[in-house]
Design a protein around this ligand. Sequence first.
Ligand code: CA
Length: 239
Amino acid sequence: MLHDTYLTKVPLHSYLMSKLLLVEDEPSVRMGLRLSLSKAGHQVLEAATAAEAWEKMANADLVILDWMLPDEPGVRLLERLRRDGRYENLPVLMLTARASEGDRVEGLTRGADDYLTKPFSTPELIARVQALLRRVGKSGRLERGALSLDLERHQAFLDGHSLELTRREFELLAFLARHPGRVYTREELLERVWGQEFLGTARTVDQHIAQLRDKLNEDPKAPRFLETLRGVGYRFREY
Ligand code: CA
């Protein structure tokens, strides 16, 4: 299967289909960047204001944030992000037209992971985005309560004991664990974990969740990790 072959060759962050949130109020700039980033293989969400960005933040794996926005400076949005536990580790790349050293320092000290000054070349932006995603993937150890995931080696440990998970089980668990507290519908999970080319059904997701729960020794009445929201979907418990 073409998709599976592809999956084995790219690092985890890519096959979890990283979504970039592009926050830029200038429509022509936004459209150009969206096209280039899509061509480079990323899914791109767009926001023209800080308020719109905030609404879409929960779906983002990385944020490209313009400094000058109509409703709030990007750097203020960045401050709010870093104060919010859900987003404190979300990678942010700031864009600015200002080039002074003071702004650079301000952006970085307020929590930007990287910084580009306009005008910049699109290939440079793409390279920086991919470097950031790699960094996030590489620092890849997720600790969630008694569960520990090594994203590089695809190994899961429960209370220090290695779990035997299939690749898809691991991907599903890692995806949910990367976004604790967020509820995903079965359709969203199919799209984000299996990929758009996969012709599965909601039942596929249910089966994998059931297998995972079994391997995680979950108590159905009081799951430690994987919660069901009846009629909605699944979420990883917040720790
Ligand atoms: Ca702007």
